[in-house]
Design a protein around this ligand. Structure first.
Ligand SMILES: Nc1ncnc2c1ncn2[C@@H]1O[C@H](COP(=O)(O)OP(=O)(O)O)[C@@H](O)[C@H]1O
Ligand SMILES: [Mg+2]
Length: 499
């Protein structure tokens, strides 16, 4: 039964293409509209990270920041460096009609000249087209000379924006500040970061500090260093803004709040090497342990997710004993982090063997460990170096057959679960949920348009689950019309009872 189920699923792609080509084009369109819905949701969930509770746009965020920020004086002794060469003086910046690209290039040329001074310790890197802070692209970041360009190494961050008649807009401020907050999220041990905002003529700075937490989410406080002139005028005396920038570049990473991102577990130290990705509840890094082995470090984004970490730690503790190549091994863990192997890569194509392995592993976990995963979206399947598929992210897993509230991969939940959510009912954690989630995830993976589209939905109960569930229910009922997928769904539903 199990094997034929796996076979059926893996033959689907070919059959699907020949049998339902017409439907596919319809699906693509509707997947497009679903994509928009999910994008909206994703934007909202990103906003959760913003410290202003009800902020939606960068403008709102800027207004919020300006309303609570404190004026602070420049916190370092000003540099004595003078600039004899013309490059590095920010002289003759592009005029206000010049495209932003020109401003960016001009800024980078000046900063590269300053970076070549012996006195400066930091380099300015152009990241306006590099998704450095996960998907976010700040215009520039400051990193110690010789250190690789990686989000873990960012010491300070900055944005280049044009000023209007009234200076920088609220949106400019909100935009810049959100990069500072992102740095604090990716560098979890750090408590503050400086954010630079400039138009190549003037420069202002903000100090973003992780302040306290409320309702399980981090809050921030903001300090503002007033706007100063960056560009040299005709005299050779450096203007204050220029001194600020050069002083910052002459600071050490410690001065600017950077903290070595290593974790200690008794006598073991795990060093973070690079950040890999941000998930729903965590930031995930590649690390090295005492013996220089490559490990994976998952750190909670916010205190609200600590319960997921507890669940995942308990789950992995048990699952590690099984020595399955399809499950992670837990090496260390504490309240807000988990250290595991293997280090994997993304899965772009599922092979027939993967499908069988996933289903068999899930059945084993259901049967022997009484756990239901609940979050079997594409992003939670990875591949190790030996080609094994690995099921990760047990943070939302639950005890089999218990009844309780819902958390997990809403977009691939069975219809009957979506219906229960619409009615506001509790749900029973049946193993069939995992199997049906797999069928639906495979469906989404076989339809290439959805690959990059159906992403995680933040699920903290803060949004309207009922209407999301209704949209998804409509999506599935409108698009899975072929007998092939209907049969698979039914098989997944029935497998539950037959094994
Ligand atoms: N072992 C690993 N190897 C490589 N990348 C990983 C590994 N574990 C997690 N990741 C990456 O980090 C992302 C988030 O991890 P995950 O455990 O799913 O956390 P979350 O609960 O935040 O979704 C994954 O989607 C994946 O891209
Ligand atoms: Mg995940």
């Amino acid at each position: 039964m199990l094997n034929s189920f796996a076979d059926n699923i893996s033959n689907l792609k070919r059959e699907f293409q020949s049998v339902v080509r017409e439907e596919l084009s319809g699906v693509k369109e509707d997947v497009g509209s679903l994509k928009n819905e999910l994008k909206k949701v994703r934007l909202q969930s990103e906003e959760m990270w913003f410290s202003a509770p009800a902020t939606v746009t960068e403008t709102d965020k800027g207004i919020f920041v300006r309303s609570i920020c404190q004026d602070i004086s420049f916190p370092f002794t000003l540099t004595n460096t003078t600039q004899r060469r013309i490059l590095g003086k920010f002289r003759n910046p592009p005029n206000e009609n010049a495209p932003e690209k020109k401003l960016q290039e001009f800024f980078m040329r000046q900063c590269t000249a300053l970076g070549s001074l012996d006195s400066t310790k930091l380099m300015v890197h152009d990241t306006h087209s590099t998704p450095l802070l996960n998907t976010r692209k700040p215009d520039f970041v400051l990193i110690p000379k010789e250190w690789p360009l990686d989000s873990l190494n960012v010491v300070a961050v900055g944005e280049i924006r044009k000023q209007s008649g009234n200076g920088f807009s609220n949106a400019d401020v909100g935009h810049a500040i959100s990069f500072g907050e992102k740095v604090l999220q990716i560098q979890p041990r750090r408590s503050f970061v400086y954010v630079l905002l400039t138009d190549c003529i003037d420069i202002c700075m903000f100090k973003v500090t992780k302040a306290n937490e409320a309702k399980g989410q981090f809050r921030f406080s903001y300090g503002r260093i007033s706007l100063q002139t960056l560009t040299f005028n005709t005299t050779n005396n450096p203007p204050t803004g220029w001194k600020h920038l050069v002083t910052i570049m002459e600071c050490t990473h410690d001065d600017l709040g950077w903290v070595d991102p290593s974790l200690n577990f008794g006598t073991n130290t795990v060093n973070l090497v690079r950040s890999i990705n941000t998930g729903r509840t965590s930031v995930v890094y590649e690390g090295k342990d005492n013996d220089n082995n490559r490990v994976v470090v998952k750190i909670a984004k916010e205190p609200i997710y600590l319960s997921c970490f507890k669940t995942e730690k308990n789950g992995l503790n048990k699952l590690s004993t099984k020595n399955s190549p399809h499950l992670q091994k837990l090496l260390h863990g504490s309240e807000n982090n988990l250290v595991t192997t293997p280090l994997c890569s993304k899965v772009n194509h599922l092979q027939k063997k993967d499908i069988g392995d996933i289903i068999k592993t899930l059945k084993m976990v259901h049967l022997y460990y009484n756990r239901v995963h609940m979050d079997l979206r594409k992003y939670n399947f990875l591949r190790d170096d030996d080609g094994h598929i690995v099921i990760i992210d047990w943070g939302y897993s639950v005890t089999k057959d218990k009844t309780g509230s819902f958390a997990g991969a809403l977009e691939v939940m069975p219809d009957y679960i979506l219906e229960s959510l619409i009615k506001g009912e509790q749900i029973t954690y049946s193993p069939r949920i995992d199997l049906i989630c797999c069928v639906r995830t495979f469906y989404l993976m076989f339809h290439k348009p959805t690959n990059a589209d159906i992403k995680r939905i933040s699920f903290n109960g803060a949004f309207d689950t009922k209407s999301k569930a209704q949209k998804l229910l409509n999506f599935w009922s409108n698009h899975v019309k072929t007998n092939l997928w209907k049969n698979l769904y039914k098989q997944a539903y029935d497998l539950n009872t037959k094994n």
